[in-house]
Design a protein around this ligand. Sequence first.
Ligand code: SF4
Length: 435
Amino acid sequence: MGMDQTTHRFLMNRRRALACGAAGFAGLSLRCSGSWVDSLLSLGSSEAPADVFKGDAPDAALWALWQQRGWIKEASHYLKLDRNVQCKVCPNNCLLAPGDRSHCRNKVNKDGTLYTMVYGNPCTFHVDPVEKKPLFHFLPGSPTFSLATSGCVLRCLNCQNWEISQKKPEETKDPRGPELRFRPPLPSTLTLDEFSRLSLFPDDAVAVAVALRCPSISYTYSEPTAYYEYACDTCKLAREHRLKNIIVTCGSIEDRPLRDLAQFVDAAHVDLKGFNDEIYHRLNSGKLQPILNTLKTYQELGIWFEVINLVVPTYTDDLEMIKRMCGWLVQNLGPDRPLHFSRFNPQHKLDHLPPTPVEILIQAREVARSAGLRYVYLGNVRDVPDAQTTFCPQCHRAVIERDVFSVTRFGLTDGKCSFCGTRIPGVWGSPQAKG
Ligand code: SF4
């Protein structure tokens, strides 16, 4: 995706430049006019750009290797501010002087142009059951080709994938050596050295997903918003090949890029990390409102999505807050939107906390059901027999049973409860029940 109409050159006034903390923007021109200035000002005074890595662009030698490999591509959805740039993909709105690296670590301003460095450059990929995303009402029992690059737009203290999400691209891949593309026919093994120089461009990802008989591609593990251009192009190509696209996201994305991407999205899994802006700031370095906006946009667009809430002791285990969150979900997304409560395990910067008590999760499920949500699941628990069971809201019989990431019993016929005929919301294929 090249520069589009959101990529505009305009000049920024001095007051706004100072308000943005743009110390490195001494050369900025000081005129402003037109709708793009309004657009920038509409960020609002509380929307100051996030911290960025000053002067942290790769050196010339590494940049040349990265370019040679094809992993550098001009970004989309950004503004040119003389020689400085502002990314408009997520609410961080990174303001970058030449040589700066973005908050998500994946983008740099090179001589006045914003580039992504992770195009066709995933640091990991796997075939997962779709239940692992988790998505319980979307093509159950199907495998999904799952990929991720380095980087994330958030800084969650509890991140379970921090070893890739809080890394720069060059800390996860090294382009030295001959080029190697991952595409059919697939090698039976890969050495670490080979993996390190592996490219997986959109056409490769689609060909691999088809070769592995995966009906979908998932953009997951870290945060697709941080590899937006790569995800968008892969989604478009996947759609052309009748593959489904699954976005697993924190939901922190601006409206325009979300709508552009959503044209090619078939399902999403959105992480609602809490229902308190102060906790969002402290736990995730994020903001609540953009996530709520994203949920409402997916709802408006009619794209299938499910919501996950990780219950973190002392941060997001307040049942009153959970009650308010569930009330909002019912009111804005309806009672049929699946909600997954997930159990926290000690990791990253919260390794001093205990795992979430299972009793708290069971209470949270009761709160959610009392609020009116019909499909509430518990994740990362082994000792609650019906934690992952779908119950018919009409006859209350178990219609889909799961064990870890497998469907063990599937009791729907044409998307309806096979006992009473009530329609169960979701996108149902022909699942392979195991067990
Ligand atoms: S996507 Fe990355 S570069 Fe763009 S605003 Fe968000 S954090 Fe900054």
